[in-house]
Design a protein around this ligand. Structure first.
Ligand code: UD1
Length: 377
């Protein structure tokens, strides 16, 4: 059975790594990796391949940045050619990035079984590019592997047959559990001269937060407030860094005492930083889940979350309003010990990939390859 795993952007790598490992450990599965190249530089891509022990991708599309239409159109044209040659039995897409939707459209149209890992998540906010990617992908894929109960409910509401949906847990947490001990050996806290619980970790990269001057200024004020309490460590996404420069806000940022601005961090370094933070302030999707698993307090600067279990069972608090004063009050509560005690959601146990392998192998290994090549033309 030949499986082709798709990655495109940073949050995909830690999801495909445990799947690729589980597929490769199966004697009757051949697992290959295709990288669309949406994230392409050393810090956004290569370091993850090294640290997560992923082999060089078998196929690299080199699409790079650009508008979402540009990215998707180029991925689709190049991916079609590879599928025609490669003829995999199953294509695996993960998460909600542009590669996820673009590759699933191409593969499904070519009659290839295509499955979505991390299906069913919905923020309800169609202004988020990721929400559109999620809806498209789930509407067409053959099998949907779900991380949390809300995903099963959303898919049922959208009329998806329960033969297609599988509640298997969270492959990103598989990676976290697999690498947590290794991450403990990283010396990043010493390098940054901070101690466990002695700092606030921050990430911010969503277009809704960093693509306009008003919200970037609010974020600056929030950092200024936070840095009065503890050192703030801020590994910066390229989009955010570009925008601080473009809006002329770098000087104000650099004037903040007690702030360490870093470039994007490797997987192990960032895991160590999360595991030891007093508080994490973020707008990321995945970090909401990782902090829930690690039981570290997390404030998420978003109006909605597609991962409600992190709020209902976990340590996540949604900050719907980017008002620096509201954020300050909530932050001070947490730093003064008013911490939300969370529990780890069901099936976030390190074995989600294994469950996925079992479903896929049982369902598709004996199938006859029937391809409607005409539909690919
Ligand atoms: C993408 C994902 C988002 C995910 C985020 C994590 C989509 C729709 N969005 O958004 O879900 O949370 O990745 O990082 O797929 N850049 C570099 N080097 C790189 C990659 C990008 O400098 O290796 C720059 C690009 O030139 C661009 C900016 O970063 O200016 C944003 O990259 P882009 O791929 O458009 O989307 P992300 O914001 O990273």
């Amino acid at each position: 059975m030949k499986i082709l795993n798709i990655v495109g952007a940073r949050p995909n790598f830690m999801k495909i790594a445990p799947l690729h490992r589980a597929f490769s450990n199966h004697s009757q599965i051949q697992s290959k990796i295709l990288h669309t190249g949406q994230h392409y530089d050393e810090k956004m891509s290569d370091i993850f391949f090294n640290q997560l022990e992923l082999p060089e991708p078998d196929f690299y599309l080199g699409v790079g940045g650009g508008s979402h239409t540009f990215q998707k159109a180029h991925v689709m044209l190049k991916f079609e050619r590879i599928l025609l040659e490669e003829e995999p039995d199953v294509v695996v897409v993960v998460g909600d990035v542009n590669a996820t939707a673009a590759c699933s459209i191409v593969a499904i149209k070519m009659g290839i079984k295509t499955v979505h890992v991390e299906a069913g998540l919905r923020s309800g906010d169609r202004c988020m590019p990721e929400e559109i990617n999620r809806i498209i992908t789930d509407a067409i894929c053959d099998d949907l592997f779900v991380t949390e109960q809300s995903g099963m409910i959303n898919l049922a509401r959208e009329g998806v047959s329960n033969h297609k949906t599988h509640f298997v847990g969270n492959v990103m947490i598989d990676s976290l559990i697999y690498y947590r001990e290794k991450a403990k050996q990283e010396d990043i806290l010493d390098k940054l001269n901070v101690s466990p619980d002695g700092y606030i970790l921050m990430t911010m990269h969503r277009p809704s937060n960093v693509d306009n001057v008003k919200s970037l200024e609010d974020i600056l004020e929030i950092i200024e407030n936070a840095a009065k309490h503890k050192t703030v460590i801020f590994p910066m996404h390229p989009r955010t860094s570009n925008n601080f420069g473009q809006f002329g806000l770098f000087d104000r940022l650099h004037n903040i005492q007690n702030l360490s601005i870093l470039g994007p961090q490797g997987y192990l370094q960032f895991l160590k930083l999360m595991d030891n933070a007093a508080l994490i302030i973020t707008d990321s999707g995945g970090i909401q889940e990782e902090t829930t698993y690690l039981q570290v307090p997390c404030m998420t600067f978003r109006d909605s979350t597609e991962r409600p279990v992190t709020v209902e069972l976990g340590t996540n608090i949604l900050m719907k309003d980017l008002n620096p004063e509201t954020v300050k009050i909530q932050m001070e509560k947490i730093l003064n010990g008013e911490i939300k005690k969370g529990i780890i959601p069901p099936f976030w146990d390190g074995h989600a990939s294994k469950r996925i392998v079992d479903v896929l192998f049982n369902k598709y290994s004996a199938k006859t390859k029937v391809r409607d090549k005409a539909s690919s033309i």
